[in-house]
Design a binder for this molecule. Structure first.
Ligand SMILES: Cc1ncc(COP(=O)(O)O)c(C=O)c1O
Length: 400
């Protein structure tokens, strides 16, 4: 079929592919433990669900302004002020269909053909795909496990060219769970300041931070930096609202206006009902969120204590999000029942087919030596899943 060339350039999200395969196995009655998921297992909190129901009952079910209702923009502005000391006005905020929707519109607003976008690797799968769709050029900076998966100012300096349009910072990071300290961000800001480029700061996991580590929003580093930063955030991960599809961007009014034009001709506006529910998420009690963060931290600690018992694997202790990025490369070129395992895709297939545990191969994040294990699942599932993984690794035999 004669489809557009751009569609040949991108692949279906690997994470969604694995999750779909795991679900299909479950439907066949196979007891699969899914540690591939990118969403909290908790339900949306009651107060938020009630706000959604009220929106329906009160007939708040029509088109809204393309960039979102003012009430929600105000709730976002309040959070940015209270949490990070950042001042925004409503023309600097847009509400979109998930953080993914915000990122998509942002890239299509900023990028001309051939513009370079710097993406630290390992990266969230969607970044390079959307940049490619927009005819931009993803340029990767490989971060190293030994350096805590943090980009260094030297690496950044070397990578910036006259075509560089933006740097994408994912903080906290999916898949590594790494969170940048204020000092580390300041070093990046120093490099950016005298360059004509933007920083896209994807802070969707900002509330999921452990061990009292202090999260710093990139835009809060100073007025000059704020002018070049577009924050991407949303309610999906913090409030277990992945299905409601509400994300947002905060940044210079001219950029936000561009995103609004695109949105007005694509989805028109995000769901009116979800917008009302999100007002409650941001303005309502945060008590439930705090409880869940404590639960995530407990799961992370358990998972790490178990992973430490597996010989030959390594990881950087994640400070945020709900993933561990596990270096499993010492298990490559080993065999199970005569079948050779050579890379992260084959290892993940082995774990799914032999141990009935779904994880995501690091290859889809640009790091083939790793697998991503999600702890966004109950402690009971996590215990079962990790026992199976440990056992599966023990079965792998060196090639003689
Ligand atoms: C780093 C990152 N950004 C954005 C998103 C998308 O969030 P949303 O569901 O709000 O579109 C995800 C979801 O997996 C993510 O991991």
């Amino acid at each position: 079929m004669n489809l557009a060339k751009r569609i040949q350039r991108i692949k279906i999200s690997q994470t969604l592919k694995i999750t779909t395969k795991a679900k299909a196995m479950k439907e066949k009655g196979i007891d699969v433990i899914d540690l591939s998921v990118g969403e909290p297992d908790f339900p949306t909190p009651e107060n938020i669900k009630e706000a959604g129901k009220s929106a329906i009952d009160e007939d708040f079910t029509k088109y809204t302004p393309a960039d979102g209702i003012l009430e929600l923009k105000k709730a976002i502005i309040k959070r940015l002020k209270e949490d990070h000391g950042l001042e925004y006005n409503p023309s600097q905020i847009i509400v979109c269909n998930g953080a993914k929707g915000a990122f998509y519109h942002l890239i299509f607003t900023l990028i001309n053909e051939g513009d370079e976008v710097i993406i630290p690797s390992p990266y969230w799968v969607t970044y390079p795909e959307v940049v490619s769709l927009a005819d931009g050029k993803p340029v990767f900076i490989e971060t190293r496990e030994e350096e805590g998966f943090i980009i260094t100012p030297e690496q950044l300096k070397k990578t910036i060219t006259s075509r560089t349009k933006a740097l994408i910072l994912n903080n906290p990071c999916n898949p590594t769970g790494v969170v940048y300290s204020r000092t580390e961000l300041e070093k990046i800001a120093d490099v950016i300041l005298d360059k004509d480029m933007f920083v896209i700061s994807d802070e969707i996991y900002e509330k999921l931070i452990y061990d009292d580590f202090e999260f710093c929003s990139f835009a809060s580093l100073g007025e000059d930096i704020k002018k070049r930063t577009i924050i991407i955030n949303g309610v999906s991960k913090t409030y277990s609202m992945t299905g409601w599809r509400i994300g947002y961007a905060a940044g210079p009014a001219e950029i936000i206006e561009g995103m609004k034009r695109i949105q007005s001709h694509s989805s028109s506006n995000p769901s009116s009902i979800s917008q009302k529910a999100s007002v409650e998420a941001l303005n309502g009690s945060q008590e439930e969120v705090m409880k869940r963060i404590a639960e995530f931290q407990e799961r992370r600690n358990y998972l790490l204590s178990q992973l430490q018992t597996i010989p030959g694997v390594s990881f950087v202790k994640p400070k945020g999000a709900f993933y561990v990025f596990l270096n499993v490369s010492s298990y490559y070129n080993k065999k199970f029942n005569g079948v050779l395992i050579r890379n992260s895709v084959e290892l993940s297939d082995y774990l799914l087919n032999y141990a009935n545990v779904a994880v995501v191969p690091g290859d889809s994040f640009g790091a083939d030596n790793y697998i991503r294990i999600s702890y966004a699942t109950s402690m009971e599932n996590l215990k079962k899943g990790i026992d199976r993984i440990i056992n599966a690794f023990l079965q792998l035999k060196a090639v003689s």
